[in-house]
Ligand binder design. Sequence first.
Ligand code: PMT
Length: 400
Amino acid sequence: MKRILLGVSGGIAVYKSAELVRLLRKQGAEVQVVMTQSAMQFISPLTFQALSGNPVHTEFLDADVENAMGHISLARWADVLLIAPATANTIAKLAHGLADDLLSTLYLAATCPVFVAPAMNQAMWNKTVTQENVETLFRHGIQVIGPEQGDQACGETGYGRMTEPSAICTQLFALAEHETLEVKPYLAGHKVLISAGPTCEPLDPVRYLTNRSSGKMGYALAIAALNAGADVTLVSGPVALAAPVGVDLIKVTTAEQMYQAVMAKATSHSIYIGAAAVADYSPVLSQPEKIKKHDEQLTLVLQKTKDILADVAVLHDRPFTVGFAAETHDLENYARDKLSRKNVDMIAANWVGQEQGGFDSDQNALHVFWAGGDKILPMTDKAQLAEQLMALIAEYLKVV
Ligand code: PMT
């Protein structure tokens, strides 16, 4: 995927699209930008011209632009059309085939894969008509990236924030590659089960114990396995990431729920990768009512959770089992200990609590151990790292 046509419609998230252009170009893509009239109220076309290195297209009937590249040839030029941010109005136009400006006309003329990253106020996103329009886009084969949950520029909180540029970039390349099958489908016929994200262990109706896992590593692995041709089931704790399109997603909250979900699926999969940060301990009792602050000190009684990884590894018909090890010190010793004690086929060890990598970072590095070998996968984007780990697993299984 080399030529990306970026459609920018008008919302406050436009400023993120400038960073998106920079990241897309960093990945080696050529980028042309089309802006709607309202997008230009937020940011000047000059910004996108400077970042993309190409003139920005803004007018449907601009004689100069039409001479240089008419909307049909611009649509033909693109390997991918990405619309980010996609406002509620733009989404409505795409869903209903309206063509009253350059961007909506280009969309109708485009034959390449189309991706949209919605951005709007949470109430607008939740409106039935917007949800119906998004549903229509899905049915028309458009890939929808996000939106994410969080604080909004309007002061409200909820779903509607545009996905961060780095995450759009990762998903775009992964999904587009999957669509055009640029990656060799070396895991075709394999079923890969992946756990991702944290678990939340309730203390009472309003409090829980959890950890810093964002799910980025596990979700990147799911996309990498999908790109390699596998059927993918992702068991995910609570995260703020969009479900990768094409993955069978099972959402869970607690360690016990993750245990049940993974154990129910394990033997019907050929590979299991435990990337989730499962709580090691959970409150013995979740109080039915909010715990009151009567006393100076409060003692919580915690019970060890079931070890999902170790229990998958002892199943009679077990999948090829890969665990993670998150360590703040003595990484190699602890990783090798987990490899033998949990009786797994591979352990991917990563440093956590460092400046770079580990929890909630876009980057990571792994030291992978197996009986009779090990390999260091140096610090890189989690998307790339996930592909390297999938390739290593496939090599071990001799399927590449
Ligand atoms: O989600 P991100 O923000 O992208 O961060 C990625 C990550 C740091 C969470 C990930 O790379 C990682 O290291 N995941 C494993 C975290 C962890 O819990 O490590 P651990 O060393 O405590 O556990 C070892 C292995 O046992 C892990 O495969 C874990 O999934 C598994 N385990 C742990 C406890 C339990 N009750 N059941 C398990 O299956």
